[in-house]
Design a protein around this ligand. Structure first.
Ligand SMILES: O=c1ccn([C@@H]2O[C@H](COP(=O)(O)O)[C@@H](O)[C@H]2O)c(=O)[nH]1
Length: 231
């Protein structure tokens, strides 16, 4: 049996388009990830409705701003009752610490994690923005910064998950998008892995969007992924 949680990335244009799938899901099957597109159109009340239904919600807004603004945004996100919120690690130590401090007094505070290197990015993409190390090296640098700033974990690709466990220790949450079942379209993702391979690494959270949401039968696609983890 796999210990990896699957979060379905609800990358829909609006709440109306997202509800038909949500209505067929249960909190025992998966968590739900709400990103920039759906949050911008559906807003905080939609997120609260998912929380009220008992789902673990990952509010994936990837805040990246000056420390004061990022901290206040993280606090506002946490007050929606979500399970996990995130910022970009490249915002730097003071921003990460401001985000951490902004929710420190909350009794049921969400997990606070930081994005390292987007799973869509390659070494060439990093070069173009002036980062002259490999994605792996940059992920490690940002994961170590995130850990030392007192956050709970990182978003990385599954390809870096083992290295992060070795360097940052058990209990540091690894959240991995870029998960693609065999035969699924890669799309814009570049650093990818299949669900069984990722689960075998003990990755805590697998984020899966289009392979589920764009399948002709999304619930069957999710069930097939679950079955592939235990096969
Ligand atoms: O590095 C990152 C950080 C976040 N994401 C998000 O995860 C999902 C992936 O969706 P797929 O359809 O399975 O590609 C999407 O919401 C991204 O915004 C990421 O892919 N990589």
């Amino acid at each position: 049996m796999s210990n990896s949680l699957i979060f379905v990335a609800l990358d829909y244009a609006d709440a109306e388009s997202a509800w038909p799938l949500i209505d067929q899901l249960s909190p025992q099957q998966c968590g739900l990830k709400v990103g920039k597109e759906l949050f911008t159109s559906a807003g905080p009340d939609f997120v609260k409705a998912l929380v009220k239904r008992g789902f673990k919600v990952f509010l994936d807004l990837k805040f990246h701003d000056i420390p004061n603004t990022a901290g206040k945004a993280v606090r506002a996100a946490a007050e929606l009752g979500v399970w996990m919120v995130n910022v970009h690690a490249s915002g730097g130590r003071r921003m990460l610490e401001a985000a951490r401090d902004a929710i420190a007094d909350m009794p049921n505070k969400p997990h606070l994690i930081a994005v390292t290197v987007l799973t869509s990015m390659t070494e060439d993409d990093l070069q173009e923005i002036g980062i002259t190390v490999s994605p792996q090296q940059q992920v490690l640098r940002l994961a170590q910064l995130t850990k030392s700033a007192g956050l709970d974990g990182v978003v990385c690709s599954a390809q870096e998950a083992q290295m992060i466990a070795q360097q940052c220790g058990d209990g540091f949450i690894r959240v991995t998008p870029g998960i693609r079942p065999v035969g699924a379209e890669q799309g814009d993702q570049r650093r990818v892995m299949t669900p069984p391979e990722a689960a075998a690494l003990g990755i805590e959270v697998l984020v899966i969007g289009r392979p589920i949401t764009q399948a002709s039968d999304p619930v069957a696609a999710l069930n097939a992924i679950h079955e592939s983890l235990t096969a």
